[in-house]
Design a protein around this ligand. Sequence first.
Ligand code: ATR
Length: 488
Amino acid sequence: MNNNQPVILASGSAIRAAILKHHEIAFSVIKPGADESVIKTQASASGMGLEETAMQLAEAKCMAVAKNQKGIVIGADQILEFRGEAYDKPVDMAEARARLSEMQGETHSLINATVAARDGEIVWRNLERPRLTIRSMTGAEIDAYFEEVGDGVLSSVGAYQVETPAGAGLFKRISGDWFTVQGIAIYPLLAELRRQGVFGEQWKNPKPTLAGVIGFPISHSLSPLIHNEWARRARIEGEYRAIEVASDYDAFATAMDELQAQGFAGANVTIPHKENALRYAYRASDAAKTIGAANMLTFGDNAYADNSDSAGFKDALWANAPGANIETAMVLGAGGAARGVVAALRDIGCKEIRITNRTREKAEALGKEFGLEVMDWSARLPGLDACDLLVNTTSLGMTGQPALEIDLADLRSNAIVYDIVYAPLETPLLRNARERGAATINGLEMLMHQARPGFAAWFGNRPYPVSPRVDDDLRELLVGTLKKRGAA
Ligand code: ATR
């Protein structure tokens, strides 16, 4: 993408190269010849702190290459700190096993230094310190982990590869940027590369991005928190606002024209405007057409409508129940949200989808369109015993709404119960399911995941992609907000 100046990564790390590539940076790799052990020995002899040591190592690796090279050279170093001690990469599997056994159930830090030199001089330094908590594990679980991943873990200081599903499964909590955890603080680096003119002069001072969410009412929306947090992390200037617009189409269309005139990149659209958004757009994605409603409008010459509810439902399902085999599912409700869920279930290859709704005709109409089996709406759901997944798409159970009275006696012990309601976070349905030992997924998961395509489209409108991630920090921010409102 960038051609203005050569960019060189002074690191032999495959994952660092993969992260730069993922962000569409054109670069070459030169492995630095710096002798890390000399610096480490000197640092520990002089009582130097670990942060300073990591910075010195990053600088040394960077300069070993930069002294002979024009352009931008990137160097990085990562030190694992556990109980005040620094840890190096394990030398063999026995040490890796001992390392993980010691760290299980505890929190450690990854001290990450990333630096950049320009024409032989360091021009930028960045230090981050993500914190990671490994869940408590038995010796047998640790053995099984190493059996699965093999000796690739020897290339990581923590004896884990967080980027693999098995590695990610080791953690109870990861606090800090995901890419930094893997070895390079990509977002601060991208901001610096932009300042250095690597992506072209026009990107040196990009215009702040404007986006928002349109609804009525809208003050309760958590979307501004999600997008503004992602923008802050990615060092992108801009703002995502909550905008209230009266429910009729004319008011909506006028408001959208105004946002476009103000230079908004796009907007999420929620109740009661999802059909209005589809009508307003010139073009629409297949997902929006299938669902018959849009929750995203991307402006530009021709407004484009999309629907990320289905993808959000699916992504949250896979994130919370990786590898689940969902052959039979039961959907409660037959409104707009149910359409998105049914489309997602079709998409993941769910063979049998059962639907039930207070107003049976609506379930029948949806059933005909998507080939679903319509069940009676009753507290004891017929056919629940065969379901791998039960999804509530109605507003029942939401704060201020009547309870959803469902008897879960027939629920399979390995079934997943998914409620798209997020206030309260644990609806009576989810509590009941949890108490029966079922896996549960709450509506906040879907809310976070459905936000990702909009963020990538509007804030990521840069010469490189940004990767908005759902993680523990984001979840905690939202749960904290719901708690303050008394909704969690
Ligand atoms: P959404 O776009 O969120 O799906 P919707 O299209 O208004 O909103 O659909 C709301 C769903 O919740 C419907 O399935 C509705 O059932 P009806 O089709 O019978 O109206 C369901 N729902 C809302 N209030 C309900 C209640 N008190 N009892 C049972 N179902 C209810």
